[in-house]
Structures are given as C-alpha cells and as structure tokens.
Write a protein that binds this ligand. Structure first.
Ligand SMILES: [Fe+2]
Length: 172
C-alpha cells in the first residue's frame, strides 16, 4: 500500500476510536478504548516521524507543510500525555476532546494539503515500498507499551525547548 494511503487508513481508525470513546457506556470501556487509541496514535506518530517525514524532507526539503506537521506532532503528543494522565478522572473527557480536535486539524491538513503534494513529489513505486516498511514497523510498535515512546519523545521535545531562552530575554 502507498505510504499516504496507509496513513490515511490509520487516520480513519483513530477517528473511529475517538467516536467510540465518546459513546462508551462504561468507564472501563472508555479506558480500554483510550489505551487502544493511544497505542495507535503513538505508533502512527512513530512511523511518520521516523520514516515518512524524513523521506519527504529528502525530496521536498523542510517546507512549511512539513514544518507545520512536525510542530503539530509535538503538540499532539503533549495533549495525549495530558489525557493519559487524566484517565479515570473527571478531567479526562475535556482533555480527550482537546486531543481529538488537535488530531482532526492535523489530519485534515495532511490529507487535503500535504499528501497530495507528496504524491506528486515522490514516485508511486517509492511510496509503495515506503508504505510496506511503515506498515511492518507500525505493527511492531502497536505491540509495545505506548507510554515508553510517548514519554521519551516528550522528554526530548521538552529538553530541546528548555535549551533555548525566551527571545525577549536574549535581546535584552
Ligand atoms: Fe501526522
């Protein structure tokens, strides 16, 4: 399957899980569905960041679409972390809602703006082999506990951010 089709298919799974969480009958069901969602999102994030985005960058350079996607991934991870920390608590529902809105925005931009450009820039056969590699990787990642890669990514994002000083302070 082409990498872009694989990612689109995974977006649909994620959107189905968000809807299922919303209509879950019991707290237990909701938690189980959320864990499934979190595993899917983390594995999806992993194959995009490790394989798909670097392949796009090689061909298209770090353009605005790609830059935006990368920043959004960091924000989504932070929202996922917050929802995960709130599982079973009163603040879970609104934290999960924020996560859903961020993911929906990101998915829309990828599917409507970014993927069509990628499909023009990268040959179909390359997208096909990329997709195969990503699909295998995704299955492996789904088996892992999502919390490890999620918290490790966040640590890296935060460490990178904390190295820099606020702009105002630097120029003062
Ligand atoms: Fe993405």
């Amino acid at each position: 399957m082409k990498a872009t089709d694989l990612l689109t298919q995974q977006h649909q799974t994620v959107s189905r899980l968000f809807k299922a969480i919303e209509s879950a009958k019991s707290g237990e069901d909701k938690q189980k569905l959320f864990r499934e969602l979190a595993s899917n999102l983390t594995a999806h994030d992993g194959i995009e960041r490790e394989t798909f985005y670097p392949a796009c960058k090689e061909v298209m350079g770090l353009n605005d679409d790609l830059g935006e996607a990368l920043v959004e991934h960091g924000v989504i991870e932070f929202a996922l972390y917050q929802a995960n920390e709130a599982v079973g608590e009163d603040d879970f529902d609104f934290k999960c809602k924020v996560l859903q809105e961020l993911v929906e925005h990101h998915v829309k931009e990828e599917e409507e703006e970014f993927f069509p450009k990628v499909e023009k820039a990268i040959e179909a056969s390359t997208l096909e082999s990329l997709g195969e590699e990503m699909e295998e990787d995704f299955e492996d990642k789904l088996e892992e506990d999502f919390q490890e890669p999620l918290y490790e990514n966040l640590r890296q994002v935060l460490a990178g951010l904390l190295e820099t000083e606020p702009k105002a302070r630097k120029s003062a």
